[in-house]
Design a binder for this molecule. Structure first.
Ligand SMILES: [Zn+2]
Length: 450
């Protein structure tokens, strides 16, 4: 009897601590879309991608059945099919260009292509863009091998299938902001497709406020250490910014902002919102831009100042990445669909959907958020202006102690300012605009001064 009581006490304590912050309701519109993300659908996208034999960036672009050209055309046809559900808001195209040999991983003239579906926002005054990406190209052990079978089921069939599935489910939805579904080529040859896209966006000053890059997200185990886990996914975000670090360094150093860059803020948001909508999934923050010895398509974006993160499975099995299809000492090598976990891929795709939809439904970020530092006080005064676009129900004022990774308090107000009985010296603060349906904008941290 006594033992039972103790068990009950422990579980109550656990519930209080684990769920005390999770009072925010799910938006039923987003919840319904999350439920539409489907294992079988994801699996069918991957089997189709694998059926093109190889999707090496160097492979044929003219064969109707084999190679990256046929694979790109198939993705385009899927996007065009989904677009029919969008009442004209979704358009799709292949952005093509030719690359000359670069002395590195391009050895002859190569026809490149990024497949892009754009779901135009419903508010003509809202110029925000949110973007989700995966790379369609695949490889075997030798990155210059253009003919061998390179199924690329997980790298990056998983990310590409996720982007296709998101376009399928989200095509019908109405968001004030624009969402871009991007399937790039040339990742394995040096992030070439992402760099091409990011360069254009930079030159044309597109207002891309969040990029979720999905690369290797559908396998649940590690080789060597034999861990199996389909309840956690990693999100990588840069600490000190690649872009304009010199200009930002003084403020980062003086106010301890090294953990609150745009990419880190986006990663924290994806963790909160992803876990709100997807059960049995923990989004694990990794405080670095990428893994050792590896690159990814988010990097050309952060190098140009866009907030971009990388989403990748928790554990990696290197027997199934960048490998020739073969059996050695009883081990089957190769990036094949049999090595994947489609339920895990569903959860990771749903986490993307929740994050993207909540961002695209939310009002724009608040403007001119300022923290009053005129005098020495033990309280904190913040004030801000309404966002440029979007209907606002109110604002969340976020706070956390400076050594904490996640926001600890979320205070709702309908005013454009707040005085809090907490010292600005002990805490970080941020403000989010909140829509009528409860969707929060990305948090903005205050400028210091008056
Ligand atoms: Zn990859």
């Amino acid at each position: 009897m006594k033992k039972q009581f103790i068990t009950l006490l422990i579980s109550t304590t656990f519930l209080t601590s684990a769920f005390s912050q999770k009072v925010i309701q799910r938006d039923p519109i987003i919840e319904n879309m999350v439920m539409e993300v489907n294992n079988d659908s994801l699996k069918s996208h991957i089997l189709k991608l694998v059926s093109f034999g190889t999707r090496s960036t160097l492979s044929t672009t003219t064969d109707p059945k084999r190679g990256i050209g046929a694979a790109r055309n198939w993705v385009l046809s899927r996007f065009q099919e989904f677009a029919k559900q969008s009442e004209g808001r979704m358009t799709a195209k292949i952005d093509s260009w030719t690359l000359k040999p670069d002395g590195k991983r391009i050895d002859t003239d190569i026809e490149m292509g990024n497949v892009i579906a754009t779901l135009k926002g419903t508010d003509p005054n809202d110029d925000r863009i949110f973007l989700v990406s995966g790379h369609i190209d695949s490889r075997v052990s030798n990155v210059m091998n253009r003919t061998a079978d390179a199924p690329g089921a997980n790298d990056d069939g998983s990310g590409t299938a996720a982007v296709i599935e998101l376009a399928r489910v989200m095509a019908k939805a109405k968001f004030p902001a624009t969402v871009i579904f991007l399937v790039v080529s040339g990742e394995e040859q040096g992030l070439l497709g992402a760099d091409h896209f990011a360069s254009q966006a930079f030159e044309e000053k597109w207002n891309i406020e969040g990029i979720l890059n999905n690369d290797i997200m559908g396998s649940n185990n590690s080789n060597e250490t034999n861990i199996i886990d389909n309840t956690r996914v990693r999100i990588f975000s840069e600490g000190l910014p690649f872009f304009d670090l010199d200009k930002k360094a003084v403020s980062i150093r003086n106010f301890g902002q090294e953990n609150d860059g745009k990419a880190r803020t986006l990663a924290r948001y994806a963790k909160e919102v992803g876990e709100r909508y997807v059960d049995n999934l923990e989004v694990v923050m990794v405080y670095r831009n990428d893994r050792f010895l590896r690159g990814g398509d988010h990097t050309p974006f952060v190098q140009k100042g866009f907030p971009a993160v990388r989403i990748t499975e928790m554990n990696e099995n290197y027997e199934h990445q960048h490998q020739d299809l073969r059996t050695e000492k009883g081990i089957k090598f190769g990036d094949v669909p049999e090595a994947m976990d489609f339920e895990y891929l569903r959860k990771n795709t749903a986490m993307n959907l929740a994050t993207l939809s909540n961002l695209a439904k939310a009002p724009a970020t608040v403007q001119n958020l300022t923290i009053d530092t005129k005098s020495l006080t033990n309280s904190t005064t913040l004030f801000w202006q309404a966002p440029k676009t979007g209907k606002v129900k109110g604002y969340y004022v976020l706070m956390r102690e400076t050594y904490q990774p996640f926001w600890q308090k979320k205070i709702f107000t309908t005013k454009n300012g707040i005085v809090l009985p907490y010292s600005k010296d002990h805490y970080f603060f941020a403000v989010q605009a909140v829509s009528e349906d409860g969707n929060e904008s990305l948090p903005v941290l205050p400028k210091v001064g008056m």
